[in-house]
Every structure is written in C-alpha cells, then in structure tokens.
Design a protein around this ligand. Structure first.
Ligand code: UD1
Length: 338
C-alpha cells in the first residue's frame, strides 16, 4: 500500500515515515524543504533500509498537485503534515499562514474528493482548545477562539475537512490533535532541526545544555500551578508517529464509525516547565542555566490530554516517559553538534 506523506522530511513527518515503513507501507514524500533538509532522507533510509520516494515541490502550486495525483493513481492514503507552525511568525505574517496551511489542504482534498474512496490524516493541535476549562482535556471540550493565525489555521483546517466529509462519504478522515511533541528517534539518525533560535521549550533546553545558547528563559513562575510554571503534555515523537499509523489503519480497514473523527494525541500527564528542566538535568547530568522572566503573551496556563478516546478506539497509548523522550532529544542534540 502506498501512502503520501506531505512534509515527510519534517520533525513529526520523518518519524512517521519510519513507522509507516516499519509496518510495510510504501511511502512517497512531498516536501518543499522550506523547513527541512533533504539529508533527512538519508537518516530515514539508514533506519529502515529503504529509501522513500521523494518529490520536492510546494503544495501551494495547484498545477503541481494535479500533476502529482495524475502520475500517482495508486495512493491509498495521505498524511498531511506540510504546514507552517511558528505561532509568533503567524502573528506577523497571517496571510502567509492562511495561504500555506489552508490552500494546500484544499488542493489535496479536491484531489481526494474526486478519487472515490480515500483516506486522510490531518495534523491538528491542542491549540484548538485554547485555555480549556477542565483538565485533562477531552475531545468534547469546546474549541475556543484562536489566539493566533497559526491556531486559527488548525481550527479552520478541521472545519474544511469536516465540511468536505459531509458531502463526500468516500472521503474518510481523521484529525489528530497533538499535544507537545518532543524527542528524537532512539537511533539519533533523525530528530528535530529548528531553524535559527528555537521557539519551543525542549530544543531550547538541549541547545542551552550543549552550549549553543547561553541561558533558557522560563516564561513566568507566577501561574496558578504547583510550582508556578506552565503545564504541558510532552509526548515522545515516536509515540506520536505510531498514532498516525494506527489511525491510518483504522481508515484503511474501514473500522471508523464515522467518516470524520478527531483524537487527542498526548500522554495524559502534565509536566511543568521546571519539571521538564529537571528531567533534562537528570538524563544529561548537565546543570541547565536558566532564569525566570516575564510571562510569554498568549501562553495558556495548563494543557494536558484525556487520551481515553485514542486508547479505547485506536488501541494506542503513549509508551515513553518524559525522561525517555528527553534522553532521545539529548542524544540527538549531542550527535548533531558533534
Ligand atoms: C503551542 C501550542 C501547540 C502548538 C505549538 C506550536 C498550546 C497549549 N500549545 O505550544 O499546540 O503546536 O504552540 O509551536 O497552545 N517555554 C519557556 N521558555 C522557552 C520556550 C517555552 O519557558 O524558551 C515554556 C512556554 O511558556 C510553555 C512551555 O515552555 O509553557 C512549552 O512551550 P512551547 O514548547 O513553545 O509549546 P506550546 O506553547 O505549549
């Protein structure tokens, strides 16, 4: 079976390609390499022993999307990662985010809707919940007005898929709402490669640990949480990648109850920023240089998942602990700076 993975050279995409190949799927990747390197193909190949097909182009080019599908009539499913994901940048460049994240989704769905039976997995985010009223967050928690254009593209993206599925029963889709992915493949052959200064906590921690950054700023310690820092649900990227494979199989084996479903993908455990720092210090043996600074505008206090729907329906559960994920992130950081 052949699966198209858009953004398959990116952080979550590349780990998912590995898990798909491990399960015997043939993979074709489309990536424009705007935030990823072609070298990732070698990392994937070194892990699985199989080089995935790769086409380098931008999905905003509708003609190229049409051409791709006319040449690949044997695609059995699509996992759509390709998107821009920097919250701050999305505030500066909203139209770029709406174009990148929504036009590409529309072009793909147009092709799939014409195809007859088709299977589609969408990268969504827990950001759709904003500051949820209750923890842990279930999929029934209301979607709150988005804090950023990035968050809005995830909300609108889900709506586009829901509306498309309503009128096209042959289109079978699942949105996975990721909590906070982190870590790297345990082989340290693929991992997270943020361009420039990392915006996310874990790569900032490992880059500070290795000496590339002087100091981590902890954004606020006066939140109403036990230690005053924000709580998130950090999930090992390999666990997250495996969730895509089981969701895809659910669609391919027609086990899905409705033709559009939504699942939280997290561990179910919340960790504070200070706990994440402690985990880093524990697994690396390195004392982290950090200081408490003002809150970062737009941060929610707490977000962790109720994963019972995914556990029950997909038969999937995150297996790694925060320390496991941190160990892999640190191994990767040491390898790429060696
Ligand atoms: C948010 C979204 C997530 C989205 C991601 C895109 C929520 C709950 N999460 O992640 O869905 O996919 O943006 O980037 O809306 N921190 C520091 N210092 C740093 C960096 C981060 O203290 O240098 C803290 C933040 O304040 C936060 C935590 O670490 O409490 C995690 O931050 P980050 O890794 O940026 O992810 P989210 O903001 O949770």
């Amino acid at each position: 079976m052949k699966i198209l993975v858009t953004g398959g050279l990116g952080f979550i995409g590349s780990h998912t390609v590995v898990e798909l190949q491990n399960e015997g799927f043939d993979v074709v990747i489309i990536d424009n390499c705007s935030n990823a390197s072609e070298d990732v193909l070698d990392g994937i190949t070194a892990i699985t022993g199989e080089k995935p097909e790769f086409e380098k182009f931008d999905l905003r080019d509708k003609t190229k999307v049409l051409d791709f599908f006319s040449r690949h009539k044997d695609i059995d499913g699509v996992i759509h990662f390709a998107a821009s994901k920097a919250v701050g940048e999305s505030v500066e460049k909203p139209l770029l985010y709406y174009e990148n994240n929504l036009s590409t989704l529309v072009y793909l769905l147009q092709q799939l809707s014409q195809k007859g039976k088709s299977h589609f997995i969408f990268s969504s985010s827990c950001t759709v919940y904003g500051q949820a009223d209750e923890m842990p967050i279930t999929e029934n928690a209301p979607v709150k007005p988005a804090e950023s254009p990035y968050g809005n593209t995830k909300q609108i993206g889900e709506e586009i898929i829901r509306d498309s599925c309503k009128v096209t029963p042959e289109l079978q889709a699942i949105s996975l709402r990721y909590f906070n992915p982190m870590g790297a493949h345990p082989s340290a052959k693929i991992g997270e490669l943020p361009l420039g200064v990392p915006q996310n906590l874990v790569p900032f921690i490992t880059q500070t640990g290795i000496g590339l950054r002087e100091q981590l700023s902890v954004f606020g310690d006066d939140y109403p949480t036990e230690d005053g820092t924000c709580i998130r649900d950090y999930i090992h990227v390999v666990d997250l990648a495996k969730a895509h494979v089981v969701a895809l199989k659910r669609l391919l084996e027609s086990k899905n109850e409705k033709n559009y479903e939504v699942f939280n993908v997290g561990t179910g455990t919340g960790s504070s920023v200070l706990e994440v720092i402690k985990s880093f210090e524990r697994v690396s043996g390195v004392k982290l240089n950090y200081k408490i600074v003002d809150r970062r505008p737009g941060d929610v206090i707490s977000a962790y998942a109720d994963t019972s729907r995914a556990n029950r329906t997909l038969g999937w559960k995150a297996e790694s602990t925060l320390d496991d994920a941190m160990r892999s992130a640190w191994l990767w950081e040491k390898k790429i700076r060696a």
